[in-house]
Design a protein around this ligand. Structure first.
Ligand code: ADP
Ligand code: MG
Length: 626
């Protein structure tokens, strides 16, 4: 038989390599920024259009390339950074594989302009799908500019696989942060769709962190400094009280390279043991320096994973360095046995003034408008606010409108509870053979402040209070957002909340939906928002927690083709606001919860598909007594 093995043509090999190196626009950003740093640049500009789908350009003032190098840099395995395999263990540069430019050139249109110091003119090269289409002499400043256009133009599957611009831009900003955080001696500028999003001046690490994450960050940082024979640690951890629901602000850099390490992350988490509220994560920005001989960064094409020779020692050192800092800065609690906690005035009450009785006035009542007052906002267990006003926007139809219909006009509470329909749901229909029976079963009992037990015709019902409430709130929020009517509670004093630039970007996208739930934003600035109204069901003290949770949910959003901001918002708010396990409920609150749950369209599961209740028939119970 004839021989069948053949060598792949270069352009095919490059396309295959590109699959590993370039997953999305953010990967290109990383490679180009790293090349600019390796070239010794002091100012690096990143220009993005349409989340990198149209243009990614990096302009540096580094050492530039000669005419030959400008041509050669697009060849595979073309690198100036290592000469022999031994150099792999002495790496002082970011790149070394010599595949980035070759890979990017295989799947995009590239324009390169570069000039070395001392040369009068530079070189411009245009390369499309791996082949050079033009090479010219140009007048250009010292340094290099690489423009990458039409990424994945020849791999439609890849291009279609890209997420929305918002998501891709977030990845780009993440990558930009990772690089900028560790090179505070370089001026980085990011232009997104023509406007300057970041301009980070040359500074120290602390200022760089603050410039990225907002001025408020400064007071949250506790320095960490430890110098041992095997490891030098410097950087900062966030004070425990500022711990976030999101893992967003967790950064490890090893020898100036951002890395991910679940193992080292665990070391930090254990140093914070007992200091954090459950479900929150400490922020950290830690810069580790180790002997390059003791690590292997070659194990991953995009080089975010690292292999350490002696992980255990690193773990122990890191943990104790962080503990030490927390103790030194008096963050860790001081033991005090003498104190009687019952003598302490709860913080909230210290400043509380007595309330004068208020008169309930329906401020939304307008005698000139026909009866189309807004839907009651969800508030099964919250108290009714003294001030509220409503606002209404025109509704547009989309898929969420499935949730509208039953009760889009005014519905008073009693009507809401008596209108319990089960026919849409097979499971529940079989549990409650008879609607009337539900109304009659007023016997509820709370178990361990966690479950609500109730009787049904065939036996008993056990409801998880937290999950059930999530379902109720979720459907209510979704409905309000879809019909765009919500009651807002005006705040006495505007609430100013601080966020990072990236978080503000996320909030901007959600602003409109948030307004449909009852939030009123009086201003959205670069690093803060001012809120003058909140949904009636949301206590003022919870606002920042809810928004933080929401941002974290959006950031961690699982790849989902049916991603909808409205849905995510409803889920996130329901999760934050649902009554918690451990909260004791009065009899009428328990009943209210049961009734509202079974008035839901899908009472059996939470918005994230977890069981909300179980039933046990008398037969099943009987069997247990045999
Ligand atoms: P690597 O960075 O792994 O060497 P790349 O494909 O990213 O591989 O780059 C190939 C070579 O092109 C680099 O080794 C470097 O010599 C040159 N190069 C790339 N970008 C720049 C730049 N911005 N300034 C100067 N030289 C560059
Ligand atoms: Mg490189």
């Amino acid at each position: 038989m004839a021989d069948i093995i053949q060598l792949l043509p270069d352009h095919v090999a490059n396309q295959i390599a590109a699959g590993e190196v370039v997953q999305r626009p953010a990967s290109v950003v990383k490679e180009l920024l790293e090349n600019a740093i390796d070239a010794g640049a002091t100012t690096i500009k990143l220009i993005i259009k349409d989340a990198g789908k149209t243009l990614i350009q990096v302009i540096d003032d580094g050492k530039g390339m000669s005419v030959t190098d400008a041509r050669l840099c697009f060849e595979r395995h073309a690198t100036s950074k290592i000469k022999s395999a031994d150099d792999l263990f002495q790496l002082n540069t970011k790149g070394f594989r010599g595949e980035a430019l070759a890979s990017i050139a295989a799947i995009a249109h590239i324009e390169l302009k570069t000039k070395q110091a001392g040369d009068d003119v530079g070189t411009a090269i245009v390369i499309e799908g791996g082949s050079v289409t033009s090479q010219e002499v140009v007048v250009t400043p010292q340094g290099t500019s690489v423009s990458v256009k039409n990424l994945f133009f020849n791999i439609p599957a890849r291009r279609n696989f890209l997420k929305s611009n918002a998501v891709e831009l977030r990845h780009i900003i993440d990558e930009f942060h990772r690089v900028a955080l560790v090179h505070s001696d370089i001026n980085f500028v990011l232009y997104n769709n023509g406007s300057e999003t970041f301009n980070l001046p040359v500074s120290n690490y602390r200022q760089r962190i603050v410039n990225i994450f907002g001025t408020k960050t400064n007071e949250k940082l506790v320095p960490v400094d430890e110098d041992t024979e095997v490891l030098k640690i410097s950087g900062f951890v966030g004070k425990p009280e500022f711990a976030k629901k999101t893992r967003g602000e967790q950064y490890f850099f090893v020898n100036n390279r951002f890395i991910k390490s679940a193992y080292l992350n665990h070391a930090i988490a254990s140093a914070f043991d007992g200091l954090l509220k459950s479900g929150t994560h400490a922020s950290y920005f830690l810069y580790l320096t180790v002997d390059p001989q003791t690590i292997d960064i070659n194990i991953h094409p995009t080089k975010t994973e690292i292999k350490f020779d002696d992980e255990h020692t690193l773990y122990a050192l890191l943990r104790s360095a962080v503990k030490h800092s927390l103790g030194q800065f008096n963050i860790a609690p001081v033991l005090d046995f003498e104190r009687d906690a019952s003598l302490d005035t709860p913080y909230n009450f210290e400043r509380k003034q007595t309330n004068s009785p208020t008169i309930e006035v329906d401020r939304s009542f307008n005698p000139f408008v026909a009866d189309d007052r807004p839907v009651k906002a969800p508030s099964p267990v919250s108290t009714s606010p003294s001030k509220s006003y409503s606002y209404k926007k025109e509704s547009t139809s989309n898929w969420e409108s499935l949730y509208v219909g039953l009760e889009s006009k005014s519905n008073n509470e009693s009507q809401e509870f008596s209108e319990v329909h089960f026919e849409s749901d097979q499971t529940t229909a079989s549990i409650f053979n008879d609607e009337k029976e539900v109304e009659q079963t007023h016997t509820t009992y709370q178990l361990h402040n966690k479950y609500i037990v109730s009787t049904i015709k065939s036996g008993m019902l056990l409801i998880d209070q937290h999950r059930a409430h999530q379902r109720i709130l979720y459907e209510d929020f979704l409905k309000n957002m879809t019909i765009k009517e919500a009651i807002s509670q005006q705040l006495l004093f505007p609430l100013e909340l601080h966020f990072s630039v990236k978080e503000i970007e996320i909030l901007k996208q959600l602003k409109e939906d948030l307004e449909h739930t009852g939030f009123v934003f009086s201003s959205v600035l670069n690093e803060s928002v001012e809120i003058t109204g909140v949904p009636v069901s949301v206590p003022e003290s919870e606002v920042s927690i809810i928004l933080e949770q929401l941002i974290s949910d959006v950031e961690n959003e699982v790849p989902d083709a049916h991603f909808s901001a409205t849905d995510l918002l409803a889920k996130s708010m329901a999760k934050s606001l649902a009554i918690k396990t451990g909260q004791s409920l009065k009899k009428d609150e328990q009943e209210h919860l049961v009734n509202k749950l079974f008035a839901c369209k899908e009472p059996n599961v939470t918005p994230t598909n977890k069981t909300t209740f179980i039933t046990m028939s008398v037969d099943e119970l009987d069997k247990k007594f045999i």
